[in-house]
Design a protein around this ligand. Structure first.
Ligand code: AP5
Length: 223
């Protein structure tokens, strides 16, 4: 399956992707995670992206499209989940071009009220080692401040401060939200109420993807 996750900052894209890839054996390709890894490694790409990310603006399309095209080439035959890409109409068109006959099978649109986002962002903590995502109130690690998976000290993202979050939300509404209509006109979009709790959102997503996965398996048997 080839899946795209759409949603505002803090909608829970990363959190739900981790559940999806485990259940369906897909590769998780997060443009934000790749950019942060490039920054941490001091790579040229990371340096170019830095000022955009820190202000809540989008990194220029040409940088992102090349980076994600390379990442998609590494995906297994079972497929991938794109988290945070595409984020502009131009990126979506280029993604379609890169995939050629391989279509995106499902777009999962996580809908959330802007007013819920701030609390999610300021409380988010993540593991710089394995990428696990926590929240100081909603999704606590077993030991405060420490990753359950590998014992690494959890960190707070630099772009999770209120001023940058406001810019990221504005950027989302202006540049990324139009993609919902783009995909509604070009494929299958599933809308989810991402304001519900993590397990409820997960269950709704699994319900749709289980049906899709079953249809794929039936197709594979009959061909
Ligand atoms: P990116 O890393 O993609 O950030 P984002 O889209 O702003 O999304 P987030 O990672 O902040 O949120 P999320 O939806 O994954 O939420 P999460 O699951 O962590 O991008 C960062 C920057 O990189 C961009 O600003 C841009 O500069 C650049 N960039 C990236 N891709 C680009 C592209 N394609 N083009 C150009 N530039 C690009 O959850 C958040 C918190 O909420 C967590 O603490 C979690 O525990 C909690 N939570 C999650 N779900 C729930 C729930 N249902 N109930 C309660 N709490 C919940």
């Amino acid at each position: 399956m080839r899946i795209v996750l759409l949603g505002a900052p803090g909608a829970g894209k990363g959190t739900q992707c981790k559940n999806i890839v485990t259940r369906y054996g897909l590769l998780h390709l997060s443009s934000g995670d790749i950019l942060r890894q490039e920054r941490a490694a001091g790579a040229e790409l990371g340096k170019k992206a830095q000022s955009y990310m820190d202000s809540g603006a989008l990194v220029p399309d040409e940088i992102i499209i090349e980076m994600m095209a390379k990442a998609i080439e590494q995906a297994p035959a079972s497929g991938f989940v794109l988290d945070g890409f595409p984020r502009t109409l131009n990126q979506a068109v280029e993604l379609d071009r890169a995939l050629a006959k391989l279509k995106i099978n499902a777009v999962l649109n996580l809908e959330i009220d802007d007013r819920l986002v701030a609390a999610r962002m300021t409380g988010r903590r993540s593991c710089p080692q394995c990428g696990a995502i926590y929240h100081v109130d909603n999704l606590k690690p077993k030991t405060e401040g420490v990753c359950d998976n590998d014992g690494t000290e959890l960190v707070q993202r630099a772009d999770d401060n209120p001023e940058v979050v406001a810019n990221r939300l504005e950027t989302y509404h202006r540049q990324t939200e139009p993609l919902v209509d783009y995909y509604k006109n070009n494929g299958t979009v599933y809308d989810f109420d991402a304001g519900k709790d993590v397990d409820e959102v997960k269950a709704s997503i699994f319900e749709e993807l289980d049906a899709l996965d079953k249809a794929f398996s039936a197709d594979a048997v009959s061909n």
